[in-house]
Design a protein around this ligand. Sequence first.
Ligand SMILES: NC(=O)C1=CN([C@@H]2O[C@H](COP(=O)(O)OP(=O)(O)OC[C@H]3O[C@@H](n4cnc5c(N)ncnc54)[C@H](OP(=O)(O)O)[C@@H]3O)[C@@H](O)[C@H]2O)[C@@H](O)CC1
Ligand SMILES: Nc1ncnc2c1ncn2[C@@H]1O[C@H](COP(=O)(O)OP(=O)(O)O)[C@@H](O)[C@H]1O
Ligand SMILES: [K+]
Length: 486
Amino acid sequence: MRLFTPEAMRAADAQAVELGYPSLLLMEAAGRAVAEAARAAWPEAESYAVVAGKGNNGGDGLVAARWLHLWGREVRVYAPEGHRGDAALARAALAAHLEIEPLEAVDLREADVVVDALFGTGLTRPLEGAWAELAERINAADRPVVAVDVPSGLPYAPHVRADLTVALAGLKPDHVFYPGRSACGRIQLAPIGLPPALLEPRELPELLDPETMRALLPSRPGHAHKGSVGRVLVVGGAAEYTGAPALAALGAYRAGAGLVTVAYPSDARVDPPLEAVRLPVSRWQDARLFEAKAEALAVGMGGGSGGGAAARAALKLKKPTVLDADALYPEVVKAYAAAAVPTVITPHPGEAARLLETGVGTVVQDPLGSACELARRFRTTAVLKGGPTVLCEPGRAAVNTTGNPAMATGGAGDVLSGAIAAFLAAGLAPWDAARLGVYLHGLAGDHLGRIGLTAHELAEALPVVREKLELGYLRPYWEAGLLSPR
Ligand SMILES: NC(=O)C1=CN([C@@H]2O[C@H](COP(=O)(O)OP(=O)(O)OC[C@H]3O[C@@H](n4cnc5c(N)ncnc54)[C@H](OP(=O)(O)O)[C@@H]3O)[C@@H](O)[C@H]2O)[C@@H](O)CC1
Ligand SMILES: Nc1ncnc2c1ncn2[C@@H]1O[C@H](COP(=O)(O)OP(=O)(O)O)[C@@H](O)[C@H]1O
Ligand SMILES: [K+]
């Protein structure tokens, strides 16, 4: 599954038409899918108000209105004059059944369900005047709302707040990023007949889904032993951050590492899990660090002001490395790139801003762009954490589809670094280790799902969700009908 920009969706449409697929069939499938989704979501609803705009989103609404009417529902349709192309045909087909009222006549008082078909992916600027008022009225009516493709007005304010959004053909940024996703309510993807080959353009970001992630899980053969399934060296810790390396170690073990060693300054009271090998060092150049048995490293968690020195020492091992927190300085990450050590960097927006020498606001405004700039500038696999986490390495990008705001809790990122390191140690390439780690970590958050969860619990939940993934019990949110966290 890919994340479509409006332009990419239009391009897919156009390609289908070029291949001979009549665009009117797409609109018919779209409108009918909306009507079916609404009927399934509110089976008791008898009366509908369809509020349609002047473009193809409105056209989809007009098709939906026709089907709801044919299924015996009472339907009032409000739309402006002047539809063109397919939307004009949809209008003519509907007009054979029903009177279409002007938008000035909108009355939502008698509607059991409102269909929002004002604007879709063709919106180019914030709603104003009468259009803004219409969106506000739909929200104020306090009726269940089904949005056609996207709630109208997004990504700007004002916008419609829907209970159900029927995403047409593919998922778009407003179905994935906030605040759009909160305004969507439940999201249901409707395949509307576009040829599947047009729905997987490799240049678009991948949306992480259970099927793809399941295929990445490292296998555990019967003759496995703790030295064969991936050993991780965690390098971090400082006087004021004693928990971070311990949480990374726990994340690594819970993601399946066979053996975890934790190297930390001997004057810091780091307390690794019982199962970890302890490696207190009086200076980072301690020879024992370079002899540690590990196939991958997690470096920088809780390193404080010594994080850079720790990372420079760890670089000498020349093993695939996750760089986090206090290792995330431009000179340090560049040194890893120069040494051609495979790396995954896991900044939160603050750390990403530091690396890119820009403001946090700039990073948050364009997470995908920022992650890709990190990947490009530092020749690395970049994991930009947040809601949602996005990933990029030169030539490809991905957006995570698991996780929730309850995960905004101290230490959650340390657990993630440990988990990614475990997958690197198990032999996965940085891109695969990063995607799988991020996906499972978010799944653990969703499994716990409640505000007040702790980083420790996140790590503990990893084996449970891994097993669910392995057994094929999971479906992506756009198929499972899950409500977005608001
Ligand atoms: N493969 C698919 O996904 C398929 C998608 N389909 C559907 O097509 C939808 C996209 O349709 P679309 O391109 O016609 O755009 P849509 O959102 O209806 O609005 C465009 C109109 O709004 C106007 N306008 C823009 N901003 C404005 C503003 N702030 N305030 C006021 N006006 C504004 C703009 O005119 P402008 O004023 O900018 O010249 C134009 O007139 C898509 O979401 C899906 O529902 C299916 O039918 C088939 C397959
Ligand atoms: N709103 C959210 N939605 C989804 N995931 C979130 C959200 N907030 C935080 N997270 C996740 O929680 C983790 C927080 O990591 P980080 O900021 O590094 O915390 P810490 O430094 O305390 O470990 C990241 O994996 C991030 O993706
Ligand atoms: K809409």
